[in-house]
Write a protein that binds this ligand. Structure first.
Ligand SMILES: C[S@@+](CC[C@H](N)C(=O)[O-])C[C@H]1O[C@@H](n2cnc3c(N)ncnc32)[C@H](O)[C@@H]1O
Length: 298
């Protein structure tokens, strides 16, 4: 069977199984088997596939037909200007989260943040982005999942920032508070899907991504409650927070942050115009200065 024939057959099979963007995925997976970029496949259309290549390709196509996400099968996902390894232990980083990373880094640079925490780090994408963009900062990354932390650790080491990251396992802010860590910038893309909506998610997400990465409790806001209520124990006075939001959650999260002592609360939209990133900073008790001020950093 030639490359062209294998591609046509796999595309038709994925289409039959209802896989979105079947042609793209069939080509990406054949590129993976042949060790060539997807867009170069037309150069080899007439080449005969060896039996081992065909068997390997069919195995990958079967995984995709079972609606395993393409990124898990390929094993990587691009995030900003780097790639993280991904598999079923972690959420696949989304394009919206790049907006959160950019907002957090902008805040971190402007305030001179030297201590950063990423809560619910998953693949480590946000913590790694912060460590890369803020070369003098130390970053603590937490997750409730040891499996996720293992992969995040691997990603950080491979991308050369492992020595400036500390990984802690536990419930949201608890491991930071227990370790006595105080940070200038807190970033988090927490689980925020209301539990009742999980069953209606796309199969790739519902059946393959870690439930713990998605489930935000009954109203989707459990993580925000924990973060807003506990922030004072780990965030320096005047410290900044940057959060990703789920659809329709801006008003509720704003109220939680205000109650938790945050001021200057701002929201940025994503590509679809949905309120997606919320930033704020912790009010300072009178007389105390926040991070980046002359008093905090002589
Ligand atoms: C939406 S994912 C985000 C992953 C990654 N930060 C990203 O943006 O791609 C949420 C992460 O929070 C973690 N998580 C869920 N519940 C948690 C909890 N109670 N305490 C700490 N981490 C938790 C999950 O394991 C998951 O890795």
């Amino acid at each position: 069977m030639t490359v062209r024939e294998a591609l046509a057959r796999a595309t038709a099979w994925l289409e039959e199984r209802g896989v979105p963007e079947a042609g793209h995925d069939a080509a990406s997976l054949l590129g993976q088997v042949l060790g060539r970029p997807r867009l170069e496949l037309p150069l080899s259309y007439t080449r005969e596939l060896r039996p081992a290549e065909l068997a390997a390709y069919e195995a990958l196509i079967e995984r995709r037909a079972a609606r395993e996400p393409l990124q898990y099968i390929l094993g990587t996902q691009a995030f900003l200007d780097f790639e993280v390894k991904v598999d079923g232990r972690v959420l696949i980083p989304r394009p919206e989260t790049e907006l959160l990373a950019e907002r957090a880094v902008t805040l971190g640079r402007a305030s001179g943040a030297a201590r950063v925490a990423d809560v619910g780090t998953g693949s480590g994408c946000l913590a790694i982005a912060a460590a890369m963009a803020l070369p003098d900062a130390h970053v603590w990354a937490t997750d409730a999942s040891e499996d996720a932390l293992n992969l995040a650790r691997e990603n950080a080491a491979r991308l050369g920032v492992g020595d400036r990251l500390t990984f802690l396992r536990g419930d949201f802010l608890t491991p930071l508070a227990e370790a006595g860590v105080v940070v200038d910038l807190l970033v988090s893309n927490p689980p925020y899907i209301p539990r009742g909506e999980l069953a209606g998610l796309q199969e790739e997400v519902r059946d393959h991504e870690p439930r713990k990465a998605l489930d935000g409790g009954a109203d989707g806001l459990d993580a925000y409650r924990a973060l807003a209520a506990g922030a004072r124990s780990v965030l320096a006075p005047g410290g900044h927070i940057a959060l990703e939001l789920g659809y329709g959650q801006a008003a509720a999260v704003r109220a939680l942050l205000a109650t938790g002592g945050f001021i200057d609360i701002e929201v940025s939209p994503d590509f679809a115009g949905i309120s997606r990133v919320m930033t704020a900073h912790l009010s300072t008790p009178e007389g105390q200065m926040g991070p980046g001020t002359s008093e905090a950093r002589p």
